[in-house]
Each structure stands twice: as C-alpha cells, then as structure tokens.
Design a binder for this molecule. Structure first.
Ligand SMILES: [Zn+2]
Length: 422
C-alpha cells in the first residue's frame, strides 16, 4: 500500500463530508466499512458508548443527520449498527500474548461554512465540503485518515506484532462531548498504552511537540430557567420573571471569584429569554463554559457557577435546571511514553525536530479517555504533530499541510512496532 498517497486520498474524501458532533453518520459508515473489509472487529452504536455519559447530543440534529446519510446512500444495515450513536472502536487481536495499545482519532467537524476563495486548496483541487455550514476546519479529517491508514498497516504488518491493537474513532470532540461517553463504554479498561495526537495547532510542518501545555480542563453547562407568566401591570405579583433572573445570573457568573492557584475562565456565550412584550417572561436559557488550568480549578469554577444559578433562581422564585453538555479534563502525559514518542519521532523522515511544552490554549476530551486508562493502570500520551496551516483552527480558510499526516502515521506505526513488537 502506498500510504503517503492513501493518506491524502482518504483525507480529501472525508473533507467533502464533514459532520458535526453526534451527527457523523456518513463518516462513521465509511470508517466501519473500511474496517470491516480489513477484518477488524468493530464495536459500533451502543457497544462503544456508555449511554449515561453521552453529553450534548441533540436528537433533532441526529435525526437530520441520519436522513442526510440515508439520502446519500448509506445502507440501512450500517445505520442499524450505528444505532444513532456515531463513532466506533475497532479491535485487532494478533493472537499472541502482549500489551493492549489504543490509538485515538477524532472524526467530527466544525460548524463553519468553507471559504470560496479560489486560493484555498480544497477549492483548487476540488475536494471542498459538500455540506453547507459544516467544514473540517480543525483537521479531524486528517486524524481520521491517519487512523484508517494505521488500520490497514496493522493488517499488513500483523506478523510482526503481538498483543491487541485498538483504534478509537471518537465522535463529538468539538465541545468536548464524545470522550466521556466512549470512556464509559468500558472498552478501554484493559488498555496498557493510549496515544493520541492533534495535527497542526501551534507547530509547523516537521515539528512534534511532546508535552503541549495550556490544555485546559473545562465544563460546558446549559442552564434553563422557568418562571411564571402574568400581565405586567394587572398582576405582576403573580409573575416569576425568568428574563430578569437570567440577567442577574449572567452578571454574577461573569464576576465570580477566580482561584489563586492558576488560570480560571468563564464565558457566557448565549442568553435567550422571554416570549413577548406584554407578558412577564417565563423561559430563559443560558449557555456557558468554565475552564481551568487544572481539574481542581475547573471544579471550583463549576461549583461556584452552579451555586450562583441556584441562589439567583431562589431569589427570583424561578425553577432551574443545569445540564452538563461537555467536559474535558487536564492533560497528564506519562513521561516514559512521551520519551518513546520523542525517540520514534526523531527517526521519522518527515520530522525534523522534537520540542516540549508549547502552549495550545484549548481543551481536549482525549483527557477523559486518558484518565479512564490511567485509573486502570495504563499509560497515556497526547502530542502535537506539526503541519503548516493557512489560517487558525476553526476558521473558514483553515487548511493544513498534508505532509503532517505522514509524520503522524509514521509515529503511530513506529510506536506499535515498539510497544507491540513480536
Ligand atoms: Zn481539533
């Protein structure tokens, strides 16, 4: 197999069908059929998620996505296997005793409309997104392509390997929603080594970063307030004003105390309230997130936020509901595994240098898969594989140097050859 070429081909196919979190039906169907053909055991649908830990999954959006997948020719048989829950976990048992090594690849896209600039490579080379308002502008198309090429490589090189390889194709990484659910599936509990990587970020082509920093622990919360309607002049005393409650809540949230041990952030990104001019407003919604340099700081922010919502709701006599719709933890890499990745990277032809501790400044729910693995005695490592990019991540002009996929592929397969060598 010409992996160099196939990495690009698959990435470009995936780039055309970007799907947002929990809606990745076309993408998942494609992944499953490739893995099936290669002879992997594939856990799909409810087998690969802990349903009680599924977060931020909008049913209407899921149904629309299934409909689109069906209309573009995804078979009923595969849709049945997906059971409405995208992503999958593949397993290959070499039949020889040895460690269980898992690699994680996220598969979802971002909700932006791809640029129509003729300079943008997907336009020039004719592989732009064919879904409106959805685009792989974070490089997860590249991650998925790397994962599928590793799947092929494992089969072609199985005689050199021992133990078991698992490939995690994770849905809904954006908004840190899918990691917790896959961690709760239990399918990672026997994993000895878990590796994950992100393309590009702050690293140029040829660079690999072993201990990315500034990866923040985070919790995403939706708050719903419910008051009571009333005539604003005839019987205002009978009303319960959810809009007023939401306003006070938001001001209190933004002014909450920070933690002395490090960075803590809060953002309220959306507030909607009220029904019409002459009725005391009944409904209000607040979408917010908190982040912290560590889990401890993040938890401090979450507890405070919940207390503020509760207290303000009490003050306004309004009913409240808080839903956790996303979660990512702090990143903790195992030094031994990080060193191994570093050594392998140095021998990879497309990698010219390895660095440590560059700052990213986002969040990742790989951390939740990792903490599950660590809780069962396994080791974990998350690194960044450099790739020049044309714009910042999540922008409509984003594109990355496809050579980065080669580097990632060579590092992952190099790790398998080390950790699972017969
Ligand atoms: Zn990303």
């Amino acid at each position: 197999m010409n992996y160099k070429k196939n990495l690009v081909t698959l990435r470009r196919e995936l780039h055309q069908i970007p799907e947002m979190g929990w809606g990745e039906f076309k993408t998942t169907a494609k992944i499953i059929s490739i893995l099936d053909n290669l002879g992997w055991k594939v856990y799909t649908g409810l087998q690969q998620v802990g349903i009680e830990r599924v977060m931020g999954r909008n049913i209407e959006f899921v149904e629309k996505s299934i409909k689109r997948a069906r209309e573009s020719g995804v078979s009923e048989e595969i849709l049945e296997r997906i059971q409405g829950y995208t992503g999958c976990i593949a397993e290959f048992d070499t039949g020889r005793e040895g460690p269980v090594t898992a690699l994680r690849f996220d598969i979802d896209c971002v909700g932006v409309e791809e640029t129509d600039s003729p300079e943008h490579l997907p336009n020039k080379e004719n592989f732009r997104s064919c879904h409106p308002e959805a685009m792989h502008s974070c490089g997860h198309d590249g991650h998925t392509s790397v994962g599928l090429n590793v799947a092929q490589w494992v089969i072609e090189n199985k005689e050199q390997l021992k133990g078991t390889i698992k490939l995690i194709f994770q849905p809904a990484e954006e908004g840190v929603r899918g990691g917790a659910a896959q961690a709760a599936s239990g399918l990672l509990d026997n994993v000895n080594y878990l590796l994950g990587a992100h393309l590009a970020m702050m690293c140029p082509t040829g660079e690999v970063c072993l201990y990315p920093t500034g990866l923040l622990s985070t919790t995403k919360l939706d708050v719903r307030l419910k008051g009571a309607p009333a005539h604003p002049t005839m019987s205002p005393h009978l009303g319960r004003n959810a809009l007023a409650c939401a306003c006070t809540t938001v001001s209190e949230l933004l002014g909450m105390a920070r933690h002395g041990k490090g960075l803590g952030c809060i953002n309220v990104g959306l507030m909607q309230a009220g029904e019409c001019r002459n009725v005391i407003p009944v409904h209000a919604t607040i979408q917010m997130e908190v982040r912290g340099e560590t889990d401890e700081i993040n938890n401090f922010m979450v507890e405070q936020a919940c207390r503020i919502v509760k207290g303000t709701a009490l003050a306004y006599d309004v009913a409240y509901e808080i839903e956790k719709v996303g979660e990512g933890g702090e990143l903790r890499n195992d030094p031994e595994l990080a060193q191994l990745v570093g050594e392998i990277a140095k021998d990879v032809p497309s990698c010219d240098h390895v660095v440590e501790r560059k700052k990213i400044g986002c969040s990742e729910d790989f951390t939740l898969l990792a903490s599950r693995v660590r809780a069962h005695g396994g080791k974990t490592e998350f690194f960044v594989v450099g790739a020049d990019r044309t714009a910042a991540h999540h922008q409509r002009e984003f594109d990355f140097d496809e050579k980065g996929m080669e580097t990632a592929f060579d590092i992952f397969t190099g790790c398998l050859l080390k950790l699972n060598k017969k």
